[in-house]
Each structure stands twice: as structure tokens, then as C-alpha cells.
Ligand binder design. Sequence first.
Ligand SMILES: [Zn+2]
Length: 133
Amino acid sequence: MFSPARAWREFPQRYRLEAARCTECGKVLYPPRLICPECGGRDFATEVLPRDGTVVTYTVIRVPPAGFTEQTPLPIALVELVNGVRLMVQIADVADPESLEIGMPVRLEFRRVSWDGEAGVIFYGHKAVRATG
Ligand SMILES: [Zn+2]
């Protein structure tokens, strides 16, 4: 279930914090899917996700994918938002990965997540930062 590689591939879908709420059963899907895994429904309403959540589990990538070389070690967390939706995000502003802990409150912020140096393209997405207060 916890797959950093999959998280990287899905980053373009994460530019907006929009989930799909199944109009049949109310299940919130993020990233959105075409068919609800709960009830098989195909009608969804767009729902903007809350930004606050807690760290469910995390891993630290020390050999990052191409484009992320300026950011090692790279902590990736499975975060559960206050509405129960879980998503994988990079944790930003962590000087010492050893300071991370399960249950840590975090808040999602919009940050640069990578760049393609040759094409000069910069990608943005959401990262989690330690919530204060
Ligand atoms: Zn459903």
C-alpha cells in the first residue's frame, strides 16, 4: 500500500487538492477515480480536501528519483487528513528526518516539488510541513 514510486507518478494529479466524493455512498476518493471502489458508482462531486492531518507512517528516501537530487534525504509520509482521506506527500522543512514521528500533526502547503533541469520545467505540488499550534 505504501508506495513512494506510485506517489511520484501521481504528482501531476496533486496540483489541486481536489478529491471526488461518490454521490452514491459518500466515499471520498483521492486521487479521483472513474469508478467508486466501495459501491461501483460513477457519479462524483468535486470536494476540496482539508489541509490538516497527521502522519500515519513515513519513509525516508535516500536515493531519490531523477529530478529530486537536491533534496535528499527525502521524507515521504502517508498523511491522514481530518476527513479521513489518506495521501502520500513529501514532508518539507525537515532538517533531521530522525525528528519525524508517527502521529505528528502536519499541514499541506503548495511548494515546488521538483524540476527538470534540462527542460527548465518546474513542478509544483503539495508538501506537508509540521503543524505548529
Ligand atoms: Zn460509492
